[in-house]
Ligand binder design. Structure first.
Ligand code: NG1
Length: 484
């Protein structure tokens, strides 16, 4: 899966989902008066295992899903004194039409506040900076998507990745998949979340099937091919319908976890006698074991034991951490928090580091189990269940509904079930025998959805909508440009 090639270009008439493109084309044409010049598509993803370890430098194991974001694009060159603009529309009426002015150099004049189009602007900015764009051009875009929003299946990154590709293609610039990914990661951080790079990497680089994405020492994608098995399993995604907006809750959830893992890494690196600052937990492992030559699994068990010895289990105050690092609280805040807004009186260094090293180990165990012939589905399930327990008990990123839905999934016949994505709501992913998928989905409907929303029972519209809420997904393919 070479990451030095560019994302592919396809002819529209060769693609599935023709009715979606037809609908998008007519929405674009009626909004902007002429048909789109090209389209871009980028998939969402489901993370099979490896939660909250990407920003600590460890590999993750996601799979792109078939659901995606498609953007129809028209270019609007500057005419006379008229300003350049980025005009964003969406086929979904919940997402209003937004227009941004651009400066003569092509920079977006931003607005206050945050809405759906913010993610497109983030991708535009990421591409603009990465490619050093010089000849700005205005853009009219119309977006359609079927990735559930705010649900941990990366609707935001699918939009950011599409925006990066839209911007590059519109300006006649081609970048490698790796650079497109980096532009999307750097772009998405403008939305205020200190994200890792899992979602953008899989959305750009997926090629039909789960992948192990390594971040250290550089971004690398490894296909994980399932060994032969008689009754192949399927990954079923089920949304708790608890909405978790990462950007809004960042100071107490996502960004706080990023800071906690950095602080844990700093204290651990002191424990092993290093004086370097600003390390990730992955780098501390390398510090202890030397150059691992890409073998991230070496020494993880020892790192888990080290966490027990080096970090007190109780919450750490800022004074505790500053003392352990031999610096003032002000220096600590400057070096490790900086401009990241967080709201926390104390930090959970022990629990977060313990989760990260043990989850990182599970990622490799999962990969090794997948590739055996036949893979032990029970073992894969057990690893997923252990991941869920760790997310709940050590990383505190589950919620009662995720706990309930994962437990129900196991009773309904899944080998394993866990939250997927950032958590605090959103989706679960369960490993289910293919032959039992429809019965499995039925049990979830009866025991979770109809119990909470009894009016949905027997309502054909509600049943159709539930197809977007609980579904089995085959692996999807990576982002692409589509030419009419
Ligand atoms: P989701 O759930 O898609 O928001 C987020 C991060 C990932 C990763 C997971 C937790 C973004 C765009 N993505 O995913 O990088 O850290 O949480 O494993 O912030």
């Amino acid at each position: 899966m070479p990451s030095n090639t560019s994302p592919p270009t396809y002819a529209l008439n060769t693609l599935p989902n023709q009715p979606r493109y037809t609908h998008l084309t007519s929405a674009f044409t009626s909004q902007y008066g002429s048909p789109p010049e090209f389209y871009v598509r980028a998939p969402g993803r489901v993370n099979l295992i490896g939660e909250h370890v990407d920003y600590a430098g460890f590999g993750v194991l996601p799979m792109a899903i078939e659901r995606d974001v498609i953007v129809a694009v028209g270019r609007v060159p500057k005419k006379g004194v008229q300003n350049l603009a980025l005009t964003c529309s969406n086929t979904d009426p919940r997402y209003p039409h937004v227009e941004y002015n651009m400066t003569d150099s092509g920079a977006i004049v931003e607005k206050n506040g945050h809405d759906w189009s913010t993610y497109f602007v983030c991708g535009y900015k990421g591409a603009y900076q990465k490619a050093g764009l010089k000849n700005p051009i205005g853009l009219n875009i119309m977006v359609t998507g079927n990735v559930p929003p705010s649900a941990g299946v990366s609707s935001s990154s699918a939009l950011v990745v599409s925006a990066v590709l839209t911007t590059l293609y519109a300006h006649g610039v081609e970048l490698s998949k790796k650079d497109v990914t980096m532009a999307a990661i750097e772009g998405e951080r403008y939305a205020g979340v200190q994200c890792g790079g899992m979602d953008q990497a899989i959305s750009v680089m997926a090629e039909h099937g789960p992948c192990l994405i390594h971040f250290y020492p550089t971004l690398r994608v490894e296909a994980v091919v399932f060994g032969l098995v008689q009754d192949p399993p399927v990954f079923v995604i089920a949304n708790t319908l608890v909405v978790s907006d990462k950007a809004l809750t960042a100071p107490t959830h996502y960004n706080l976890r990023v800071v906690e893992t950095r602080l844990a890494a700093a204290v651990l690196s002191r424990f092993v006698g290093a004086k370097r600052e600003g390390m990730t937990l992955r780098e501390v492992q390398e510090l202890v074991f030397g150059d691992l030559q890409g073998r991230e699994d070496v020494g993880l068990t020892e790192m888990i034991e080290m966490v027990d010895k080096a970090l007190k289990k109780e919450p750490w105050t800022r004074e505790d951490v500053a003392k352990a690092l031999d610096m003032s609280v002000q220096d600590l805040e400057k070096k490790y928090i900086g401009s990241i807004v967080i709201h926390a009186a104390t930090f959970e260094l022990y629990k977060r580091a313990k989760h990260v090293y043990s989850e990182a180990l599970r990622v490799f165990q999962f990969r090794d189990t997948c590739t055996q012939s036949p893979p032990s589905l029970q073992k894969l399930g057990a690893l997923m269940n252990a991941s869920q327990a760790s997310c709940r008990d050590l990383y505190d990123c589950s919620c009662p509904e995720l706990d309930e839905l994962t437990a129900l999934a196991l009773r309904a016949g899944a080998y394993g079930s866990r939250l997927t994505g950032a958590g605090w709501g959103g989706c679960t992913v369960s490993l289910v025998p293919e032959t039992g998928v429809s019965e499995f989905i039925n049990v979830l409907k009866q025991e979770y959805y109809y119990k909470r929303w009894p009016e949905w029972r027997g309502d054909p519209d509600a049943d159709e909508n539930l197809g977007d809420v609980v579904f089995a997904s085959k692996p999807g393919s990576g982002a692409a440009i589509v030419i009419p």
